[in-house]
Design a protein around this ligand. Structure first.
Ligand SMILES: Nc1ccn([C@@H]2O[C@H](COP(=O)(O)OP(=O)(O)OP(=O)(O)O)[C@@H](O)[C@H]2O)c(=O)n1
Ligand SMILES: C[C@](O)(CO)[C@H](O)COP(=O)(O)O
Length: 220
């Protein structure tokens, strides 16, 4: 079955507070985004990179500088992550195949996790990488806050992988503020979300200390 990977990097990176967009910050001498794209480049997977249009020229200049020649389709980003993913999905012709949707700023992604994602999505319709919580959590409420049992919760990562036809249909219903990821869009369309074991090293580079953590993982 044809495999696609949509790598979304259309955000503004406001929490990183860096001058250059966080997807272009270097890890081990290469922009974060290059590590992420390379991880999905196998098995004739068709890659789609979603970037804000004003960043296209800068990205192309980085590719020349780093002799980065992996083939991919470049698609413009949208106002929110939902709109960026939608643009990526709309760029795929037809409805046959599997699509992994992955944050461009999660560069430490093992091939084993990606393989599992496609395999399980083919079987269940969806496959969402997740990990159990290591810390205690409390819920905030009118009384202040109270204990909740962490065994009932999971932290959700990407890749979030789907049968193409099902996820395209789900995104046609339109944007809602409550959507934080692709699994929430898929669930809203009435489909069942299938979780599988992700990886604690698959961090989302969001704030400055995440860069140091990612450097450490890459060195392993
Ligand atoms: N309009 C948007 C917003 C987010 N993303 C992507 O979704 C992923 C996860 O989002 P996040 O880490 O929150 O990125 P930003 O929105 O860039 O960061 P921030 O929330 O700190 O501004 C990132 O790869 C980001 O580029 C996107 O493609 N299009
Ligand atoms: C998609 C995601 O990475 C799953 O954990 C997350 O929901 C993105 O959230 P953000 O607020 O856009 O970083």
């Amino acid at each position: 079955m044809q495999k696609y990977a949509i790598i979304v990097a259309g955000g503004s990176g406001s929490r990183m507070k860096s001058e250059i967009p966080k997807q272009f910050l270097e890890l081990n001498g290469q922009p974060i985004l290059m590590h992420t794209l390379r991880a999905f480049y196998f098995d004739s997977t068709e890659l789609i990179l979603v970037l804000p249009e004003p960043q296209f020229a800068y990205w192309i200049s980085l590719c020349e500088k780093h002799s980065f020649i992996i083939p991919y389709k470049l698609v413009k980003g949208g106002e929110t992550r939902f709109h960026s993913v939608k643009n990526g999905l709309d760029s795929i012709e037809g409805t046959e195949g599997l699509v992994a949707i992955h944050d461009g700023v999660r560069p430490i992604i093992k091939k084993e996790v990606i393989d599992n994602a496609y395999h399980l999505a083919a079987k269940h319709g969806s496959a969402i990488a997740s990990v159990p919580l290591k810390d205690s959590i409390r819920v905030m409420n009118k009384e202040g806050n109270s204990h909740v049992d962490r065994v009932n919760y999971r932290l959700i990562q990407t890749p979030q992988t789907f049968q193409l036809q099902l996820i395209k249909k789900a995104f046609e219903a339109g944007f809602r503020q409550s959507f934080t990821d692709d699994a929430s869009v898929f669930e809203f369309s009435g489909q069942k979300v299938h979780l599988f074991e992700g990886d604690y090293r698959n961090i989302k580079i969001t704030t400055p200390e995440d860069l140091q953590i990612a450097e450490t993982f890459l060195a392993l």
